[in-house]
Design a protein. Structure first.
Length: 259
């Protein structure tokens, strides 16, 4: 599993991004597919998640993964969530692309295979969060909205929050249409920092776009780490939906409070 320098010094949390190796899945899901929503054999996904939970030292029901829809739905995971029935939990997690919690020994995570995973930690208020940011979520400012939610809910100061921008597709290979660029321009992104044009083809930098959102929300630049790992280029190490198709595996970027 991958960890990040920005967060490694905080021993009261655990954080990670899985890679492709060490699981039970096969084919385009081989082998450590962490998503139960991408068409894989449920028994294989369950086994993969059990492997992860064993490594983390938590029970399987304390691994919380939402059903992501490329929106900006944000959900708190707290003691009340664990009082819900299984059906109620599924409903609560449907259409959610960001999670946050202060509850110890609960791992919240988002699944990705080219989209950007974001991991947040406020060492003052002891709250963690994760978010899934494809181009739609990035354009809709899910990074900034997650910061705002933590500020509203826990009185967090954005200057205290640390954020990692994890493995995802890089600007070198992420071709997009003009309409995508127009969407980013319409909502106020600085296109000069996130879009390049080569041979009449537009390339979008989701890493810098999310960084823009975080800086605008008040996060300090020195509190942002960009992993710099491209899922498309390093496809033997990471799942890439652009290479393998939608029906393929997903990594999990997770974080939890452990003390």
């Amino acid at each position: 599993m991958i960890t990040y320098k920005l967060l490694e010094k905080y021993k009261e949390i655990a954080h990670f991004c899985t890679d492709r190796e060490g699981g039970a899945s096969m084919g385009n899901y081989a082998s450590l597919n962490m998503s139960p929503f991408s068409g894989d054999n449920p028994e294989h996904v369950n086994r993969n998640q059990e492997i992860l939970c064993d490594q983390l030292g938590i029970k399987h029901d304390k691994l919380i993964i939402p059903y992501q829809t490329h929106g900006t739905g944000i959900r708190e995971i707290n003691d009340n969530f664990f009082q819900l029935t299984s059906e109620e939990k599924s409903t609560a997690l449907h259409g959610i692309d960001a999670l946050y919690t202060q509850t110890p020994h609960v791992c919240i995570g988002v699944t990705t295979a080219d989209c950007v995973p974001l991991q947040f930690y406020d060492p003052v208020q002891k709250v963690v969060a994760v978010a899934h940011a494809g181009w739609r979520g990035t354009c809709a400012q899910i990074a900034g909205k997650t910061i705002q939610t933590l500020t509203d809910k826990f009185n967090c100061n954005p200057v205290d929050i640390r954020v990692v921008i994890g493995p995802s597709i890089s600007a070198n290979v992420y071709e997009v249409g003009k309409e995508v660029v127009t969407n980013f321009e319409t909502v106020g992104f600085d296109l000069g920092g996130i879009v390049t044009i080569q041979n009449q083809t537009y390339y979008l930098d989701l890493w810098k776009a999310n960084q823009q959102s975080l800086l605008k929300a008040g996060v300090l630049n020195q509190h942002i780490e960009i992993a710099g790992m491209c899922t498309y280029s390093e496809n033997e190490r990471f799942f890439s939906a652009r290479r393998l198709g939608i029906k393929s595996g997903r990594m999990l970027s997770g974080i939890m409070v452990i003390g």
